[in-house]
Design a protein around this ligand. Structure first.
Ligand SMILES: C[S@@+](CC[C@H](N)C(=O)[O-])C[C@H]1O[C@@H](n2cnc3c(N)ncnc32)[C@H](O)[C@@H]1O
Length: 217
């Protein structure tokens, strides 16, 4: 059975469960959502990636991440593309990024008990904000409450600045309320650590070695 809701196609499954995706695509079973993890170079940190910002069709493609406008374009694109998203950021960038946010966002800190210290930087930067928008609501009372922070060590020896530990990615997916059948896009592949952790979360691959000196794959 199909009905129209706000111009989108909605299917009513055999169990009477509405099945709706952001783009109006539907499938049998439960509600399917599409989420994005946005781990772009942080504002002012594009040189950490040798200003590697490939061209493409998305509004932020080919643009430098030291320009606040690039981040504004990413936030706008993500809000149109995904049902929900999580944006990784640095604490100094919040002053610039927060005025760009759509209403209804939440910030969850990634606290790093083991972090990289820099000479003459005191206090050290030992946490990073993750900005969430459009997480799944209406969870049942039986579901465990997800914390709005995570404590996880940075990874070493992965040969890639900013590679995220698998525990971090699992927390992001828990926060968003990702369920089996949902789609999750790792928008900025980098080392591939986030994509690998997404696959592990869905049980498609073994859980990655998340120890301090563990390899990414
Ligand atoms: C913070 S890193 C991603 C780290 C990754 N999540 C991980 O765990 O390894 C950001 C990456 O995005 C890349 N990048 C920059 N602009 C891009 C674009 N328009 N499309 C895809 N990747 C881009 C950078 O070159 C860099 O490799």
């Amino acid at each position: 059975m199909e009905v129209s809701l706000h111009g989108l196609l909605v299917g009513v499954g055999v169990a009477g469960c509405c099945v709706l995706r952001g783009a109006g695509v539907w499938s049998g079973g439960c509600v399917v959502s599409v989420y994005g993890i946005l781990d772009s170079p942080y504002l002012g940190c594009c040189s950490l990636y040798d200003h590697h910002h490939p061209t493409g069709a998305r509004p932020f493609d080919g643009r430098c991440w030291d320009d606040p406008e690039t981040h504004r374009l990413l936030i706008g694109w993500a809000s149109e593309t995904f049902d929900g998203w999580a944006l990784c950021a640095s604490s100094p960038s919040l002053e610039t990024l927060l005025p760009m946010m759509p209403s209804g966002y939440r910030i969850g800190p990634w606290v790093k008990p083991f972090a990289a210290y820099k000479p003459n930087v005191n206090p050290g930067y030992c946490w990073e904000p993750v900005i969430f928008h459009g997480w799944r609501t209406g969870r049942s009372r039986d579901e465990a409450t997800v914390r709005d922070f995570v404590s996880a060590n940075i990874t070493l020896r992965r040969g890639f600045t900013g590679a995220k530990p698998a525990e971090f990615t699992a927390w992001v997916l828990d926060f968003l309320g990702v369920e089996p059948g949902d789609e999750v896009e790792d928008v900025f592949h980098g080392s591939g650590a986030v994509a690998l952790a997404i696959d592990a979360y869905f049980g498609r691959v073994a859980h990655p070695d998340d120890s301090l000196f563990g390899a990414a794959s």
